[in-house]
Ligand binder design. Sequence first.
Ligand code: ATP
Ligand code: MG
Length: 208
Amino acid sequence: MKKPVMGIMGGTFDPIHNGHLIIAETVSNLYNMDKVLFIPSGDPPHKQNLKITEKEDRYEMVKYAIAGNEKFSISRIELDRKGKTYTIDTVKELNDMYPEYEKFFIMGEDAFRQLKTWKDYEKIFSYTNILIVTRSFNMTMDIHKGFDDFCSKIYVTKTPFIEISSTHIREKVEKNQSIRYLVPKEVEDYIKRNKIYINLENSNKNNL
Ligand code: ATP
Ligand code: MG
């Protein structure tokens, strides 16, 4: 019998935006996913020097953003883990929790290009496939290069090119510009209500 399929969408989500949601919905359809799990990062090692919004705020925004989509759910496994959070620990844990699922860890091309700097990156492939989605017009053809041993575990999907990033959203809020249609209405309201991003420190800028 065919295994159920799960997408894993990890991110800082500072804040979650329509780019994340469109990507998740697109791949969920293309790969007949039964479930897409959004995992807000706890203390991401690659963003140590950057000021990140309070984790409970990032969690709430994801919760609001995915409400109403019966395939989307959220996990606290990284938020509740002490210390730095590494993807290898997350996919291992997910594999224990959902052994019956075929898994696809979804990541933008920009994130994939950093993969070799991640802790035990080779072991990640023991627990999940990786699904790379387009983040620019010119996704290069050689994206698999250097990953010869893992080719069968790497999927590349041309998704609509969506020029939205959390960095741009934070900057727009700080400049008092509209973020309407870039994030779901509930996320926009949450940001306003809680006065997030109105006074960015330098370190909070340009995370992309
Ligand atoms: P920041 O600007 O703060 O880095 P971001 O927009 O890149 O934020 P992240 O939370 O860092 O968002 O991204 C989580 C995952 O979603 C990463 O794998 C990233 O590549 C992917 N992603 C984010 N935005 C897009 C987009 N517009 N198109 C495709 N993938 C995206
Ligand atoms: Mg990013």
